[in-house]
Design a protein around this ligand. Sequence first.
Ligand code: FES
Length: 126
Amino acid sequence: MDSEAGARLDDNEVEMGHDLMPKITYIEHGGVEHIINAQSGFSVMEVAKANGIPGIDADCGGSCACATCHVYVDPDWLDRVGHRSENEIELLECVDKPDDTSRLSCQIVISDALDGLIVRMPQDQH
Ligand code: FES
């Protein structure tokens, strides 16, 4: 019995080690917040779609070809989400109301360093 309890504890410890899941806050245009424990390695867009968060269409599935995954990155996080590629910059010219914080969410890969990231969705994606 003791060893069983010990094994259980070990399992929990292993799980805890893998449980470092960055929290991402998605804010809909109308102000509704969705706080998601995301998995590193996935994009901000993929996590939104997997969790049924409205406001990100992602018509091209993440190929950086449609610009329907536009988000505004909270200014405090801009330095940490990486730089826009040339392709992303061109696509962002097609979105409605782009600004200095505009990014394509399929191009932001979540990592532990983005724990606490806040993104806001535009009024619409088309
Ligand atoms: Fe199409 Fe991001 S999903 S550009």
